[in-house]
Design a protein around this ligand. Structure first.
Ligand code: SAH
Ligand code: SF4
Length: 377
């Protein structure tokens, strides 16, 4: 079996090249061809010696994930469903904005945390993605979009690990993927523009601060353990105070001087004035120990089987105002791509529906095309 070179960060690729009897600097050239130029064919790599290209052909490949579907939203958001084999599929979402292009990347097929309000969580856990499968989402999206837009310039400026899965429960595969995103010979993204979102795996927050400090978003969703336990089951293992202390420690290494707290607004569950007051008290208490934060309120995106409702706009605004009046920077997340089920928490990847995924793979292979399906209204 040959190695997929998307599996390696630059250091890993250097080791691989040394194993082929090549100098380490060859790895830099190869890395640039792969990630900066989007090359997948060794014969394209004109500045590599023919002998090296031959060695690479017999020992390695560069392969993205098969695209099962591509949906384009009315607002320009694009969602891809990628086949990761064994009846599993994962989703990535590209969100264009005036001053940036953000790719939302998946880290696992399914998720073991099982948050009540999350469609991925409802499916259960299938498996961790490999580094190659995480990076393949960025590699494909960046080079597809460049080609599509006729651009030589970088299209994706920000990556958020907010797709399917809990990134800090797939730590080993995550780190080389993050390093490749940041590497000047790879995607050259700023640490401030790569965000890991976590439901609160405390020991891994500490490790991330040492291994690869990028921007951190923490899915808080509740001001007390009594309320958070049933919403984010991981809270029973790592309760709020421990989590917020870890956030404080993270800030000593973080590229930004604040942590973003995500708070999914669930009608009648966590959106009452009393919850806002408890949240303010919590933030002020930890603020005295040096924790600086911002809040991002996410109106709940409903999906069948959640049994939950989205808070009214008035309720979200009132909640935001209470936090703002207490001096807490608070934004309300704009919902993007909800017409194609690409909004936060709607990514399901059809993991459950294995037959449908298999059928789609078969159809796609038979037709030999990647279906492009703009939504109809
Ligand atoms: N597992 C990580 C990252 C993926 S989820 C985490 O939980 O942080 C990305 C964000 O979407 C999280 O803040 C999550 O709480 C939020 N989310 C999940 N389901 C949602 C839903 N149905 N509506 C709105 N936001 C949701
Ligand atoms: Fe997993 Fe995040 Fe969904 Fe919770 S919100 S189930 S941690 S993907």
């Amino acid at each position: 079996m040959t190695a997929n070179l998307l599996e390696f960060d630059l250091e890993g690729l250097a080791v691989f090249c040394e194993g082929l009897g090549e100098k380490r600097f060859r790895a830099t050239q190869l890395f640039r061809w792969i990630h900066q130029r989007g090359a997948s064919d060794f014969d394209q790599m004109s500045d590599l010696a023919k002998s090296l290209r031959e060695k690479l052909k017999s020992s390695a490949h560069i392969r993205a994930l098969p695209v099962l579907t591509q949906h384009i939203s009315a607002d320009g958001t694009i969602k891809w469903l990628f086949d990761v084999g064994g009846g599993n599929a994962v989703e990535s979402v590209f969100i264009p904005e005036d001053d940036r292009g953000t790719l939302c990347v998946s880290s696992q097929a399914g998720c073991a945390v099982g948050c009540r309000f999350c469609s991925t969580g409802h499916q259960g856990f299938s498996r961790n993605l490999s580094t190659a499968e995480i990076l393949a989402q960025l590699w494909f999206a960046e080079h597809f979009l460049r080609q599509h837009l006729g651009s030589q310039e970088r299209v994706i400026s920000n990556v958020v690990m907010m797709g399917m899965g809990e990134p800090l429960q797939n730590y080993t595969a995550l780190i080389p993927a993050l390093r490749t995103m940041l590497d000047d010979h790879g995607y050259g993204l700023s640490r401030r523009r790569v965000t890991v979102s976590t439901s609160g795996v405390v020991p891994m927050i500490d490790r991330l601060s040492m291994d690869c400090p990028v921007a951190l978003a923490v899915s808080l969703h509740a001001p007390t353990d009594a309320l958070r336990d049933p919403l984010v089951p991981l809270n029973r293992k790592y309760p709020i105070d421990e989590l917020l202390q870890a956030c404080g420690r993270y800030l000593e290494h973080a590229p930004r001087d604040f942590i973003t707290f995500e708070y999914c607004m669930l009608d009648g569950v966590n959106d009452q004035p009393e919850h806002a007051r408890q949240l303010i008290e919590l933030v002020q208490r930890h603020g005295r120990q040096g924790l600086r934060c911002k809040f991002n309120l996410i109106p709940f995106n409903p999906f069948p089987a959640s049994g939950l409702q989205r808070s009214s706009q008035a309720r979200v605004q009132a909640f935001a105002k209470m936090l703002l009046d207490a001096g807490i920077v608070t934004t309300v997340r704009k919902t993007r791509g909800d017409d194609i089920d690409a909004a936060c928490g709607q990514l399901a990847g059809d993991v459950k529906d294995r037959t449908r995924v298999q059928e789609r793979i078969a159809q796609q292979r038979a037709s030999g095309i990647i279906p492009i399906a703009p939504v109809s209204h």
